[in-house]
Each structure stands twice: as C-alpha cells, then as structure tokens.
Design a protein around this ligand. Structure first.
Ligand code: C2E
Ligand code: MG
Ligand code: MG
Length: 565
C-alpha cells in the first residue's frame, strides 16, 4: 500500500547521516515504484534544460505495458548546472489522486536530494583518489586498486615501481612551470598508455610516479621508462625532450607486511638508485633494506652522539720523507660508540646526503683548534693541522667567516689550520668552490685539494683554484705495479704544482717501494701508514714531542691497527 509508511520506509533506507551508495538508492526507488503501482520510473540527467541529450537511468519498467495511466514529471536543477528529471508512469488505467501525487512529489524531492548527495560524494571520493594535474590515480587511488588485486589473490603476478623523472626540476625551470606541468601530463599519458587494463600507473607527487605492472612486462616497461618523449614550447618553437626515469623496483614475491609497501619499498630503492648508486634502476633487496636501516640509525643517533661527545678527533701525521720529520697532520673524525670505533665511511656519506655534515665538520675544526691551543699552552710547538670540509657545506656563504671565527676564538695563528676539500666535476660546485677557496686565501687560511686524481681530475684545478696544497690520492700508488704512464703523469703534475708554488703531498703511502716511487717523481711530503696511522690525541702528542721518525718508522712503538685512545 502506498502512503506515508512507504515514504518513511524510503527515507529510512536512504538514511540521513551517511550518503547512500547508488545501489541502495536504486533499490529504494524500485521499492517505492512497486508500492505506488508504477509501470515505469526513469530518472534522466542532462546538462541542458530541454534534456536534448541525457543519461537515463531506468528504475522500473514494465515491458508488457503498452498503455499507461497518469504520467508525472518533475524537473530539478542541481547546483553544478546539471538538470535532473524524474518521470513516473502509472500502471495502465491507474490514476494518482492529489494526495498520492503529493507523496510522489515528496519522493521525487527526496530522490533528487539524495542523488545530489551521491554525485557530490562520488566527486569528492574521485578527487581524493586522483592527482589533480594528470587525472591519474594518486597514492590513495593506487593503494585502493592494489588492495583489490591483493584481495583477488593475484598480487604476486606483479612488480611494483616507484620512478622519478631525472633532472625534471632543471628541465621545468628551463621551459617554465606551465610547460613543466604540460610535460608531466604528456609523460603521464604516455606511461599510462603503456599499461594494460589490469595494470596501474599512478601519479604520487610532482615528478614521482608509481606503477603496478605484470611481471612479464618487466623489460618492456623498464625500456619504455628509459626514454619517454614529450614536447615543450619555448620562444614559439616546439622542442622534443626525452625524459628518462630513475627507477626503484619491488618484485612482489613474498607476503608484504602492509599493502603500502608497494609504494614505500620501491621508493627506498629509487632513492638509493638516485642518491647513492647513481644508476637508473635499483631493486629492493634485504641487503638494501639493511643498509637503509643502518643509515637511518646513523641519523637517529647523530644528534645524541654530538651531545655525548662520541666523536673523537684523530691525527694522522704528515712527514717530510727527506728528513723524516713531522711537518703536519690531518684531523680525521672517529665515532666511538659503546667502545666500538665507527669509521667515517659508515656515516659521513649519510650525513652529507642528509645535509647534516657541516655541524660535524665545524665540531672537528673546533676540537682541532682547542687541541692546538692546549699544545701551545703546554709549550709544545704545534704543526699545521688540516681539517676536511665537505663539499656539501660550501653552499653556505658564511662558512669561510665561521671557520675564521672558530680559529680566532681560540687565539691561535691561522697558519696552524688548513682546510681540505675534494675536487669536483660539477660546474656549479666548481664555481662555489672557487669563491670559497678565494675567500679563505684572502683570510690567510691555508687550503688543500684532497684526493686529487681519484676521480675526475683536471689541470684546471691548478689553474683556477687558489690553493696551497695538492693531495695526491692513494689510488695513484696503490697498485701492485705502478705503471710508466702514472709515473709520467704524476711527475708532470708535481712539477707543475711546484712551479705554481703549490705544495704536493701524497696520501696512502704504505710500503717502502711506494715511498721510493713517489720520491722519484718529486714528492717528498707523505701521509700514510708507512709512517703512521691516524692516532688518538695522546699518541699524537708523543709524535709532536719527538718530531722525528727513525730510518725504519715501522719499528716505533708500532701501532699495527688503529686503536681507541
Ligand atoms: P681523506 O680526507 O682522503 O682521508 C684520508 C683517508 O685515508 C683516511 O681515512 C685515512 O685513514 C686513510 N689513510 C691514510 N693513510 C692510509 C694508508 O696508508 N693506507 C690506507 N689504506 N688508508 C690510509 P678515514 O679516516 O677512514 O677517512 C675517510 C674519509 O672520510 C676521508 O678521506 C675524508 O674524506 C672523510 N673524513 C674523515 N673525517 C672527516 C671530517 O671530519 N669531515 C669530513 N667532511 N670528512 C671526513
Ligand atoms: Mg682529507
Ligand atoms: Mg684524501
């Protein structure tokens, strides 16, 4: 029986607080359609008031009815400009008295109102699952769909990817941000075009994407990501730009702890490919995850370690091999944690990447200055101590002043400190380094180029930088047999440096034959295990007091391995 009861039932099904879903909505409407003897119930949606083009949803339709009774038609306008119409056809011969027609009007109103809620809700859900720029799913949308694949038990047929467009920041800067957005859209389109219906490509942020791709498509997908062409317009002409990606891959072969690992694990691998390995692709492995957790531990422990003075400064002597006398030292940091020594290789690269190295570098400088102050106070003549400054620190234009301030604060002559930086092949860094070295030179603080010859070395280092010392990397001499080419190159470099008034020291000299070789090519300043390892302060003070080394330095109180002092 139609009437208030079925009207209330209708409202009840739809609920007041929560937005009903479309299925529930249609079910409720079809129930009232039966109650009210409707042969047909349509609701039509159109963007124009005359419903010239519309989407029709049929709720009730009796195909046997050739004829109808009353026909009621209600039109509504939605806020977003859409029109919505409900048309009710009564069963043949059935008329709706005024009271019932009034109820049907109320039902149509409620239906309209709820339809609006459903549309709006869908819109919000869609927006919250979609990247606004490219229209691809965002991470939420990605995880929702991955969840569906997981529920169907098919997730292990897939690999998940996290990829970042290489150098996109500078490309976008060159062409302008609007063109940048446009390139991202073209890129998104191209990559999602590759994916099949049962695969997912999503846009997580800026130039970062994720994808879930069938294992069988691994190679073609990686190949595709190595070069995606997009177009950009600059000064009226169109340029083709080939974008390549840095990619992290997770082979989904075991149970994941959490579904979100389909994003977080390949993201870790991508990060490692980009910032540590400097290669295009990196796969998630137990080893990688271990390294990353170790690095995380370093970062977590670092502030506490600084507070607890867990960092010690060791001094490695520099010796003039002509006279076997101590002429300088390099300050090298050691992290002593629970009686265990952690070597710089385990934490310096991590701190550099995370932008935390400058605090440590200045800490080492401060400790070196404090030690020199103490030696002076105790009447021990100091030697020049070189301190390593990470290239990552150099962007801070105030650094030269801070270095000078620290030295001056201890009231020691600036000549006692030398600053070591490693050379670079990056042009921007090269510029920054020139400014930094010039400034120190101007302030009367000695400078050295470290690890010369280890990677990219250029004679322009000698030409462009104002430096006092060139430190030849141990890779030049640590071969079992030193080649004739190395000999020629080294002796030329040493010659040139000397002519330019730049002092040359070789590090990593361990064996007598290496010493002999390096002397032969004209370098007499030596830092290496041949004379001494990096020494704890107390042992180094002994060296400061004796100053000279015996003919066979290996014989002195012998420190076979580095000790915790
Ligand atoms: P580096 O500045 O080139 O320092 C020389 C490295 O060579 C030191 O390693 C030293 O122990 C090692 N070495 C010296 N002689 C020999 C030898 O005869 N044979 C061999 N096999 N090795 C030798 P260490 O102390 O492990 O330091 C490694 C690197 O860590 C340093 O290379 C430097 O780049 C960095 N580092 C150390 N302390 C600091 C610091 O306070 N700040 C910054 N930014 N970097 C530092
Ligand atoms: Mg050094
Ligand atoms: Mg070095």
């Amino acid at each position: 029986m139609p009437g208030i009861k079925s009207l209330l039932h209708f409202i009840d099904i739809l609920g007041v607080d929560e937005t009903p879903d479309l299925q529930v909505f249609k079910q409720a409407l079809s129930e009232v359609a039966t109650d009210y003897h409707m042969a047909r119930l349509f609701f039509d949606e159109s963007s124009t008031a005359d419903f010239a083009e519309y989407d029709r949803t049929v709720i009730a339709d009796d195909p046997n009815s050739a004829e109808y009774g009353d026909i009621l038609h209600y039109t509504f306008r939605m806020e977003d400009g859409l029109y919505f119409a409900i048309t009710i056809y009564a069963e043949q011969g059935h008329a709706y008295p005024d009271g019932i027609a009034g109820e049907l009007r109320a039902i149509s109103n409620i239906a309209f109102y709820n339809y609006g809620r459903i549309k709006f809700h869908d819109l919000v859900v869609h927006a919250s699952m979609t990247h606004y720029l490219t229209g691809l799913p965002n991470s939420g949308g990605f995880l929702k769909r991955v969840g569906e694949i997981f529920a169907s038990g098919k997730l292990s047929n897939y690999d998940s990817y996290y990829f970042n467009i290489r150098s996109f920041g500078s490309i976008s800067k060159r062409y302008g941000y609007k063109q940048g957005d446009d390139m991202i859209c073209q890129y998104a389109h191209a990559v999602s075009h590759f994916a099949g219906n049962d695969e997912i490509v999503a846009h997580v942020s800026e130039d970062n994407f994720v994808a879930l791709i069938k294992k069988s498509h691994y190679s073609p997908f990686i190949t595709m990501l190595s070069e995606v062409s997009v177009n950009a317009v600059k000064d009226g002409s169109t340029h083709e730009i080939k974008l390549s990606a840095t990619i992290g891959v997770l082979h989904i072969d075991k149970e994941l702890n959490d579904i979100s690992e389909v994003i977080s694990l390949p993201a870790i691998a991508m990060n490692s490919a980009k910032n540590v390995l400097h290669q295009a692709v990196c796969h998630v492995s137990d080893e990688l995850l271990y390294q990353v957790s170790e690095q995380k531990r370093v970062l977590e422990r670092f502030p506490g370690a600084m507070r607890n003075n867990e960092f010690m400064v060791y001094y490695q002597p520099k010796v003039d091999s002509r006279t076997n006398t101590l002429v300088g030292a390099e300050a090298l940091v050691r992290w002593i944690h629970k009686e265990e020594m952690i070597r710089p290789g385990a934490f310096i690269p991590v701190l550099e990447r995370e932008g935390a190295i400058s605090a440590l570098d200045l800490y080492v400088l401060e400790h070196a200055c404090a030690d020199i102050r103490e030696w002076l106070d105790e009447g021990i003549e100091p030697v020049q101590v070189s301190v390593n400054i990470s290239r990552k620190d150099l962007e801070d234009h105030t650094l030269p002043y801070r270095i000078a301030d620290i030295i001056d604060r201890f009231g020691i002559d600036r000549k006692y400190i030398q600053i070591e930086v490693t050379e670079t092949m990056d042009e921007t860094e090269h510029g920054i380094m020139t400014v930094f070295l010039d400034k120190l030179y101007e302030m009367g603080i000695s400078t050295a180029i470290d690890d010369f010859g280890s990677g990219y070395s250029s004679l322009s280092t000698l030409r462009n930088f104002k430096i006092n010392t060139l430190k030849i990397d141990r890779s030049f001499i640590n071969n079992d047999v030193i080649s004739k080419n190395d000999e020629i190159i080294l002796s030329d470099i040493i010659h040139m440096a000397n002519a330019l008034n730049v002092e040359v020291i070789t590090e990593g000299v361990e064996r007598p034959d290496q010493l002999e070789f390096i002397n032969k090519v004209g370098c007499y300043l030596i830092q290496g295990y041949y004379y001494d390892r990096p020494l704890p302060l107390t042992t180094f003070i002994k060296r400061l007091k004796t100053r000279t080394y015996p003919e066979n330095p290996q014989e002195i109180d012998g420190i076979p391995t580095e000790e915790i002092g």
